[in-house]
Ligand binder design. Structure first.
Ligand SMILES: Cc1cc2nc3c(=O)[nH]c(=O)nc-3n(C[C@H](O)[C@H](O)[C@H](O)COP(=O)(O)OP(=O)(O)OC[C@H]3O[C@@H](n4cnc5c(N)ncnc54)[C@H](O)[C@@H]3O)c2cc1C
Length: 342
């Protein structure tokens, strides 16, 4: 039985832990966040919740589709969105529709990662600052100098820029693989209104609007997500990559008001005549410094390094939840194969 430490309890780390466990190995997860989820985490305020990162995800791969069926059966994922629109560069609105399967977490994105984390040992709020290669195996150290180990293997699933300094002292090839992945930032703002945001000529249950130009790329209506219909009108406003890069160091409050102003402008032709957005009751913004990988890399979607070190995560595959999950499963399979062949 392998003893494996996994740094990162996002979709890739959790998929890796699940697959190792299925093969009878022990996986222990470490995450600097307060809980599992990573870039698919949610924020809760009393009865209301809000997805801060990924808003929903698409399903293309057959193995991932089978896994999502299990999440749906467990009640933590539901097909969504049901009503999508797109505003093109000339301001024209079109209803979007295709056969792509898309889902969101129920009642929030983090419900899926909490469900996946449940069977595993997880050290949350534990930032790993150093890997130590001792005679008895790998040890992980946190900022207080506490260490955890020994492990036969360490799988690093943190975004590449955060994985690189952990790997550099031990495995230059893995560190180089990290440096080749460019992660783009994303400002994700939210705004809560006192009444429903109705748009003229658009069905009342509109859920998602994509914008082809301007600072905003996506507006997502949180209270249209399954299990959140009771919530007040709350929109997530995701900024375009270039805009996020340009405003990376701006103040979060300032970003929230700029993106809300961009929303007002983008919706102007659809707001009832003479009216503006409803009264704002709350707003904020979260900066994702490493939100998405900017390219789809060729296989493999994971790397095995020297002496039991390994690298996985969405950045090695394509930047989506499905990529993260597949990368996690595949790195676990590779570790298992190596162990059984030894
Ligand atoms: C704004 C936004 C919108 C998105 N939209 C979509 C979408 O529409 N569809 C889609 O499929 N995907 C989307 N994504 C991407 C999706 O969220 C990611 O592909 C996926 O969540 C990545 O999972 P992961 O496990 O590879 O990485 P992460 O979720 O980033 O997990 C890595 C974990 O490592 C932890 N960590 C980092 N360093 C350390 C350390 N030193 N010690 C301990 N822990 C550490 C982090 O806290 C994090 O939890 C979006 C992402 C963002 C930010």
């Amino acid at each position: 039985m392998l003893q494996v430490a996994i740094i990162g309890a996002g979709f890739s780390g959790l998929a890796c832990a699940g697959q190792l466990r299925r093969h009878g190995h022990r996986a222990v997860l470490f995450d600097k966040g307060r809980g599992p989820g990573g870039r698919a985490s949610s924020r809760r305020e009393g009865d209301e919740s809000l997805d801060l990162g990924a808003q929903y995800f698409s399903v293309r791969d057959a193995a991932f589709a089978a896994e999502v069926d299990r999440w749906e059966a467990a009640g933590v994922a539901t097909p969504w969105p049901t009503s999508c629109h797109r505003v093109d560069a000339s301001g024209d609105w079109q209803e979007e529709g295709d056969d792509q399967r898309r889902y969101c977490g129920t009642p929030r994105m983090s419900a899926i990662t909490r469900h996946l984390a449940a069977p595993h040992e997880l050290f949350a709020a534990t930032r790993v600052t150093r890997l130590i290669d001792r005679l008895d195996g790998w040890w992980l150290e946190d900022p207080q100098g506490d260490s955890y180990g020994p492990f036969d293997s360490v799988v690093v699933t943190a975004p590449a820029a955060q994985a690189e300094p952990l790997l550099r002292p031990h495995d230059e090839a893995l560190a180089k693989a990290c440096r080749e992945i460019r992660m783009l930032p994303c400002w994700s703002a939210w705004v809560r209104f006192d009444t429903a945001l109705t748009l003229e000529g658009i069905d009342a249950d509109w859920s998602v609007v994509r914008f082809d130009q301007g600072p905003l790329r996506l507006a997502v209506r949180q209270n249209r997500k399954p299990g959140r219909e009771h919530q007040s009108e709350t929109l997530s406003l995701l900024a375009r990559d270039e805009w996020s890069q340009r405003h990376l160091e701006d103040d979060a409050e300032d970003v929230a008001s700029r993106l809300t102003a961009a929303l007002q402008k983008a919706l102007a032709t659809r707001l009832p005549t003479g009216s503006s957005l409803p009264q704002i009751t709350a707003s904020g913004a979260h900066r994702w410094r490493y939100a998405t990988a900017d390219l789809t890399l060729a296989a493999p979607d994971h790397r095995l390094g020297e002496d039991g070190l390994a690298l996985a995560g969405d950045g090695l595959r394509g930047g989506r939840i499905e990529d993260a999950w597949l990368s996690g499963v595949n790195v676990a399979e590779a570790l298992h194969r190596t162990a059984t062949e030894a």
